[in-house]
Write a protein that binds this ligand. Structure first.
Ligand code: ZN
Length: 414
């Protein structure tokens, strides 16, 4: 297995202009020739000039000489006619299991430069040439830009930020903010109102908040009988929220309503950047944190929510997927002494790097400002604050990555 810690998994599923731009250049684009029942754009300048059967494939040639082979069953399965794809829902209605083996179609590049396939049972499928071109074998229809990992030096001028009014009232503002959030893993909204539950209204610009045992949203204040460290006034080490859940929240929003108390500066650190640094500096420690399952657990009078996973999560190809670092809800798990030796050595070094001022940024969140971050990548924390010097009130909520990515794709349509 290859392990390149710097190959953080691109989170951002926004279709990239580069992958979709008509390669004939701006101005050469034409509208679709065939309605493929598709919201995404497939305008493009290309026409098919040839189509021929080649064994089980249909070989297509476009007007610039590009060629590609499509399996005949793929073509039958992806027919976009009204019988095969629901005209309103745009979902597939053709069921290959219910139709006769379609055989090899007779194919042609028709007068519009589209592909026409006539099947053995007489069914006719037409395909837009540029839609097919986007879906050539090997193409990525959801191209994923690489996340921009950061250090404190790179964020010296502060997090990317967008004005609250722009986020709430313009698609451009919302897109700008979500683009920064998904690439940098953290972004601010500034100059907002200090109204209760504004954090939920921001989330509703995207979709729906993700509910947890802390509710649809939560109030970060110093409470008399806290069930969580955030509800005290103590310093919070950099952490991710809810690693004790199988599906930890993807994004977290923290909206500042009042911040008059002394202390309480917010801390953020790009966990993927730090994991990469650990891999460079101490590959053995990195490997331990990637492979040793750790128990996380939240318990209060009504809940006992547990999950076991390594501190650093990788995909099978070695790209970083998630960080699960939260010291106060790490459970007291049985551990062989030799395992404990390895674990505590790696854990300490990772923790030291997370605290390292080369990586950690620190700032005072102002009332009317909201910080948003990728909870599985960017760790957050705060300095101790002193409740008797003034009020401090933040409201938070979570939102799923699916909704963030979806909102970006929809914004990208226009
Ligand atoms: Zn059809």
């Amino acid at each position: 297995m290859t392990t390149d810690p710097h190959r953080a998994r691109p989170r951002h599923l926004l279709q990239s202009r580069a992958a979709w731009a008509p390669d004939g250049g701006i101005g050469a684009a034409t509208g679709p020739v065939v309605d493929m029942g598709e919201f995404g754009s497939y305008a493009g300048p290309h026409r098919l000039i040839a189509a021929e059967n080649a064994g089980e494939q249909v070989r297509l040639t476009w007007d610039d000489g590009a060629t590609a082979d499509f399996h005949r069953l793929w073509l039958r399965d992806n027919c976009a006619c009204a019988d095969c794809r629901h005209p309103q829902t745009r979902e597939r209605t053709v069921k290959l299991v219910d139709i006769d083996e379609p055989g090899r179609p007779s194919v042609s590049a028709d007068a519009d430069g589209a592909l026409t396939c006539t099947w053995a049972d007489g069914h006719v499928s037409r395909f837009d040439p540029n839609w097919l071109r986007q879906r050539r074998p090997g193409m990525e229809t959801d191209a994923q830009p690489t996340p921009r990992l950061w250090t404190a030096a790179r964020m010296a001028d502060g997090l990317p930020s967008v004005d609250h009014h722009a986020v709430m009232h313009s698609d451009d503002g919302l897109r700008q903010w979500l683009d920064a959030l998904t690439r940098d893993g953290a972004a601010l909204i500034t100059n907002g109102p200090t109204d209760l539950n504004e954090v939920v209204r921001v989330a509703e610009r995207i979709g729906w908040p993700r509910e947890t045992n802390f509710g649809r949203h939560f109030d970060v204040v110093s409470k008399p009988n806290p069930n969580n460290a955030a509800y005290t006034a103590i310093r919070l080490e950099p952490h991710v929220d809810l690693p004790n859940w199988q599906r930890s929240p993807d994004f977290q929003f923290l909206y500042c309503l009042e911040n008059e108390a002394e202390g309480g500066e917010s801390l953020l650190v790009d966990g993927f950047a730090v994991a990469g640094a650990l891999a460079q500096e101490d590959p053995e420690a990195f490997e331990t944190l990637c492979t040793l399952p750790i128990d996380f657990r939240f318990q209060d009078s009504g809940n006992d929510i547990r999950f076991r996973a390594p501190v650093i999560g990788r995909d099978p190809d070695g790209t970083l997927r998630e960080i699960r670092f939260n010291n106060w809800i790490r459970d007291a798990q049985p551990m062989h002494p030799e395992t404990a030796e390895r674990f505590y050595r790696g854990y300490r070094r990772f923790w030291e790097l997370l605290r390292d001022p080369r990586y950690m940024i620190r700032f005072q969140l102002k009332p009317g400002c909201m910080m948003a971050f990728d909870n599985l990548r960017v760790l957050h924390g705060r300095e101790e604050f002193f409740p008797n010097t003034g009020k401090r009130h933040l409201q938070g909520c979570y939102i799923d990555r699916d909704l963030v990515d979806s909102r970006l794709r929809v914004l990208e349509r226009s």
